[in-house]
Design a protein around this ligand. Structure first.
Ligand SMILES: O=P(O)(O)OC[C@H]1O[C@H](OP(=O)(O)OP(=O)(O)O)[C@H](O)[C@@H]1O
Ligand SMILES: Nc1nc2[nH]cnc2c(=O)[nH]1
Length: 180
């Protein structure tokens, strides 16, 4: 698997340090509030699993799975809910946990959809922000790292469902795209 990694963009140590910082910031901001951390499957799972253990407050977590209609890697902005929340959110502050915000189309749809359910608030924490590709007017409230316009894998992010279990964020070699 790692023979196809061209270079490490964010190391395991850098990821760990930043997740601790994000957890501390969220802990300060949400003191006394009832939080629902909402992970977006599947990419957010490793980040969310580490982050929730750095949020030193009582919280609940749940997941949604979304799929965007579009041609291959091009997101169209039309999103379908594959797995929805299991309960009402009217009494909670929702903190959406994402691995990456790219065009922002997924997040724009999701925020609008969730706001219609009348939660106390909706905010977003993302591990990575690729702002150069933004098409929708959305800004994450908490961002781990701003990254350049490169396709990255690892720590939840995949290429054809592989590489999600790498402990760092890396950039693939050209060969990796050619063999698949
Ligand atoms: O800002 P956007 O351009 O809308 O892209 C961001 C979305 O794309 C990725 O999910 P993906 O559809 O690859 O699913 P996965 O998490 O299961 O890999 C990521 O987890 C975000 O949900
Ligand atoms: N794996 C992966 N998925 C993405 N979805 C949007 N941008 C990216 C990216 O850079 N890598």
């Amino acid at each position: 698997m790692e023979e196809y990694i061209d270079r490490v963009l964010i190391s395991k140590e850098e990821l760990g340090k930043r997740v601790v910082e994000l957890g501390a910031e969220i802990t300060r901001d949400y003191e006394g509030k009832k939080i629902l951390v909402l992970g977006i499957l599947k990419g957010a799972v490793p980040f969310m699993a580490d982050l929730i253990r750095e949020i030193k407050l009582p919280l609940a977590y749940d997941f949604m799975a979304l799929s965007s209609y579009g041609v291959s890697t091009q997101s169209s902005g039309v999103v379908r809910i594959l797995k929805d929340l299991e309960r009402s959110v009217e009494d909670v502050h929702i903190l959406i946990a994402e691995d990456i915000v790219d065009t922002g189309l997924t997040l724009k749809y999701l925020k609008e959809n969730l706001r219609a359910r009348n939660p106390l608030s909706v905010k977003v924490v993302t591990l990575l922000d690729k702002a150069a590709r933004r098409k929708a007017d959305v800004t994450p409230d908490y961002n781990g790292f701003s990254i350049p316009d490169e396709f990255v894998v690892g720590y939840g992010l995949d290429f054809n469902e592989e590489y999600r279990n790498l402990p760092y964020i890396g950039v693939l070699k050209q060969e990796a795209y050619e063999i698949n």
